[in-house]
Design a protein around this ligand. Structure first.
Ligand code: 5AD
Ligand code: SF4
Length: 481
């Protein structure tokens, strides 16, 4: 069944050769200077970007760079987001700062990648206002990073104005997925695994389909092979990643459903927890609900973006479900997985949102009882249909609704919190508590945090913990046994 795709294998080999060549150059430099070159990555936005940054980090480490936690580094990369306007503004802020640093370190390389780079206007602005930037690439060609670095270094040898030496490589879309390149995982015990790239949904407010391209699923065998390797390396928790995981497999031959993929992941020995993100309500099948109900490994948590509770607005948003469909879906999920924790995304102030529309959103929040929600003020994204709608909501009205929505969410989170108080639950121990070094922090299957006393050696293990007290956003617990 494995798809033979020569382009991918050819690309992977070519990039690995360039990585090797750069490594030889960097090793020589290390011998001469006695210090290794450093890199720093700032990641904006979602988990897809975080995962991309791990891949970038893998390539840089393989070349010979060592990671540092400040932008005072030999190679600085901003992995950008553009889902809302303020994400773009933050990048311009960082560029101003790094431009000043670069004045004192002329050899420093500054690179930009990610969703914002897929927007022509943003790239034009960078070319004009931040000419010191060295490399710009997008969401479709991360695998080429080593080649782009090599081209940039070779441009230095040929001389010329700095802005002429800038390397820009942007692809509008792609159908290739390059496997088997280096990788640098942030945690040894949990890992994100891409299963599908891109989005075909074109929600009318959203820029993602324009900057991440059409949906492309990875082959089942590639995903399972990656997860087996991770399990062998001691990874216990897998997060399957995609803009819309429920579309997984639709473009594969033969087609395969996301629920079937989950069943295959479930069979991998050593993997104890399976999460996934994000689910579009219109595509969440009864098959998936039943697989979740029967599974011992799939976590009791679903992130199910609502966006709005008003059927009228959902239509204009092109979400393809109604308020009633959403509520019906939630009740079907709760029937099969009664202890499910539901979280969501909600946009306030979408063009034309009336008080009645907004109250429909509040109604859904009250009926569903979300554990938590990401709430966003609508942000106009040039190029999307909603940006041209002439009934944009006044900022003060949107802000006032936003505050009321936050209050409603707080009430629903407070109701959900403490549900497991005085029970014993499995906790994946993740780290030493950042506020109090005597405590460890871990997560329940439903994603809730638990703080408890214990030895650092427990990190990475799943252990039973008695949940002594609920503190709203987290529990205080006692390890059992
Ligand atoms: N304005 C505000 N929020 C947005 N989102 C996507 N596009 C916009 C926008 N233009 C939110 C949606 C999505 C989340 C990742 O970002 O709620 O689910
Ligand atoms: Fe954007 Fe809609 Fe695709 Fe999510 S499903 S990434 S909101 S277009």
């Amino acid at each position: 069944m494995k798809k033979i795709d020569n382009t991918n294998e050819f690309e992977a080999k070519k990039q690995l050769d360039i990585i090797k060549e750069l490594k030889e150059r960097y090793d020589r430099d290390y011998k001469e200077r006695g210090i290794k070159k450093t890199y720093h990555i700032e990641t904006f936005g979602c988990q897809m970007n975080s995962r991309d940054s791990e891949k970038i980090s893998g390539i840089l480490k393989q070349i010979g760079y060592v990671e540092t936690d400040t932008e005072d580094a030999d190679f600085v990369l901003y992995n950008t987001c553009t889902v809302r306007e303020n994400a773009n503004n933050r990048v311009y802020g960082r560029l101003g700062y790094v431009g000043r640093l670069k004045k004192n370190r002329p050899d420093m390389l500054v690179a930009l990648c990610g969703c914002m780079m897929q927007e022509t206007t943003a790239v034009e602005k960078i070319k004009n206002s931040y000419p010191f930037v060295d490399i710009i690439f997008g969401t479709h060609n991360i695998f080429k990073l080593a080649e782009l670095i090599k081209t940039r270094l070779d441009n230095d040898i040929s001389g010329g104005k700095h802005s002429d030496r800038m390397v820009i490589d942007l692809w509008k879309d792609t159908d290739i997925i390059v496997e088997s390149l280096p990788n640098d995982r942030k945690y040894p015990f949990k890992a994100g695994v891409n299963i599908i790239f891109g989005c075909n949904n074109f929600c009318s407010y959203c820029i993602v389909p324009y900057v991440r391209g059409r949906e492309r699923s990875r082959n089942l065998e590639d995903i399972i092979d990656e997860i087996k390797v991770l399990a062998n390396d001691g990874v216990k928790e897998i997060m399957l990643l995609g803009q819309n995981v429920n579309s997984y497999g639709k473009n594969l031959k033969p087609q395969i459903s996301f629920a079937k993929l989950l069943q295959e992941v479930e069979k991998v020995e050593g993997i104890e927890r399976i999460r996934f993100m994000t689910s579009h309500p219109k595509d969440l099948s009864q098959e998936l609900i039943d697989v979740m109900g029967a599974s011992k490994k799939i976590c009791k948590h679903l992130h199910l973006p609502l966006q709005s509770g008003s059927t009228r607005l959902l239509n204009i948003m092109n979400r393809k479900y109604s308020k009633e469909d959403y509520l019906d879906l939630v009740s079907r999920i709760k029937k099969v997985v009664p202890d499910i924790s539901l979280t969501t995304d909600i946009i306030v102030g979408f063009p034309g949102e009336t008080e009645e529309d907004f109250m429909e959103t509040i109604d859904v929040v009250e009926k569903v009882g979300f554990d938590s929600a990401f709430t966003f003020l609508y942000s106009k994204r040039t190029g999307t249909p909603a940006a041209n709608m002439d009934n944009q909501v006044e900022e003060s009205v949107a802000k006032e609704r936003f505050d009321r929505l936050l209050n409603a969410i707080q009430v629903s989170s407070a109701d959900a919190a403490g549900r497991d108080e005085h029970t014993i639950q499995d906790v994946l121990v993740e780290e030493v508590n950042s506020q109090n070094e005597e405590l460890l922090t871990g997560r329940l299957s439903n994603n809730m945090l638990v703080h408890f006393q214990g030895d650092k050696s427990l990190i990475g293990n799943i252990i039973p913990v008695y949940l002594k007290e609920s503190k709203g956003f987290y529990y205080i617990g006692n390890p059992v046994g």
